[in-house]
Design a protein around this ligand. Structure first.
Ligand SMILES: Cc1ncc(COP(=O)(O)O)c(C=O)c1O
Length: 349
């Protein structure tokens, strides 16, 4: 007999990517930004006062809401702070889904969604992408209470245009949550849809574009009524005083952010070209990772050989993602180490 609810009992729980303990590894397996956070964010961290820690934090993270509103051209009331983008996903499942209110999303996609399906005990309508990862037409007609589109998609890096997502928002009767955790590396984003649609929620993360995965900070953008409803579901103090202060400073440092994004995009282009020159098939990516495969060697064999050289990437072998390697874009030096190791193992240029 189990003490747990049956759905929790049978749920597997999220399996986070491997986090090696050593620091002298080339870690390209969990899509962190390879560069340090903004110096302004580090300064704000160093200046945290004892008083800020003694008191409860601002439950709404108002300083961050204002900074993010300014950057996104919306009002502070359209922003909700979260303990990482994952917190917003959990809040959305709790707010919109139950046994009679399903969630729908295209697959393959972010592996946290099915975990939340099991925990919330709702049903999932999973619609397969075609081989080019276009938006599946069937997604508009599922009748789901919550539809999630990850854009850029993980782990493919593929991108669906804002116009297509606007049409989807128009057609749906339920909520459209656009998971833009990686959008800082793409050429456009869906912020403008929030003005036109009362059923759109946009998820953003400070983990990737702002180099703050360890901080745990993300946010949602939506019309005021949706934000007010979502606030009812969040933990009372879901963002702490340190995280709010540091995330606010990072959001305000636009110059550092823009330079960082350009560096990652430049390396993404170089990594993609070099991998293709070695015979890998690499999808065009709008994120800070690339999805690669080669017909000449099994992805898991390459993965094992890279691990022997202390280089970590992510290996997939699941429906829609068979025999694939997902490689986070590293620094120039990290990418060179990876490319050098691949060259030795595959005997290629
Ligand atoms: C697609 C996607 N959405 C959301 C998140 C959540 O990011 P975080 O909780 O670090 O802000 C991640 C993290 O890897 C992700 O890959």
């Amino acid at each position: 007999m189990s003490y747990f609810r049956p759905n929790v009992d049978k749920a597997k729980g999220y399996e986070p990517g491997f986090q090696p303990r050593q620091t002298d590894v080339v870690k390209l397996n969990t899509n962190e930004n390879p560069y340090p956070p903004s110096p302004q964010a580090l300064k704000a961290l160093a200046e945290i006062s004892a008083e800020q820690l003694r008191r409860y934090p601002d439950p709404l993270g108002q300083s961050f809401r204002e900074a993010a509103a300014h950057v996104n051209g919306v009002a502070a009331e359209n922003i909700m702070c979260c303990n990482g983008g994952d917190d917003l996903l959990r809040i959305a499942f709790t707010a919109f889904c139950d046994e009679s209110r399903p969630v729908a999303y295209p697959v393959p996609t972010y592996s946290l969604y099915p975990v939340l399906v099991n925990l919330q005990n709702c049903s999932a309508i999973e619609i397969p992408f075609d081989s080019e990862f276009n938006l599946p037409a069937k997604l508009a007609g599922t009748g789901a209470a919550l539809t999630i589109v990850c854009n850029p998609n993980a782990p493919t890096g593929s991108f669906i245009s804002v116009n297509e997502l606007a049409s989807l928002a128009e057609e749906l009767n339920g909520i459209l949550l656009i998971d833009e955790a990686y959008v800082d590396f793409a050429e456009e984003n869906c912020t403008a849809l929030v003005k036109d649609f009362d059923n759109v929620i946009i998820l953003r993360s400070m983990s990737k574009g702002y180099c703050l995965a360890g901080l745990r900070f993300g946010y949602g953008i939506a019309q005021k009524d949706l934000i007010t409803g979502l606030m009812k579901v969040k933990d009372s103090y879901n963002v702490d005083a340190v995280a709010t202060t540091v995330a606010t400073a990072a959001m305000q440092d636009r110059q550092y952010f823009e330079q960082n994004i350009e560096k990652v995009k430049k390396e993404r282009k170089r990594l993609t070209e070099r991998l293709r020159a070695m015979g890998f098939e690499v999808l065009n990516s709008s994120a800070n990772f690339v999805l690669a495969e080669t017909k000449d060697c099994k992805a898991n064999e390459i993965y094992d050989k890279l691990v022997q050289r202390n280089i970590y990437v992510r290996y997939f072998d699941s429906p829609g993602l068979s025999d694939k390697l997902r490689i986070s874009v590293g620094t120039e030096e990290q990418n060179d180490k990876l490319l050098g190791a691949l060259k030795k193992n595959l005997n290629r240029e």
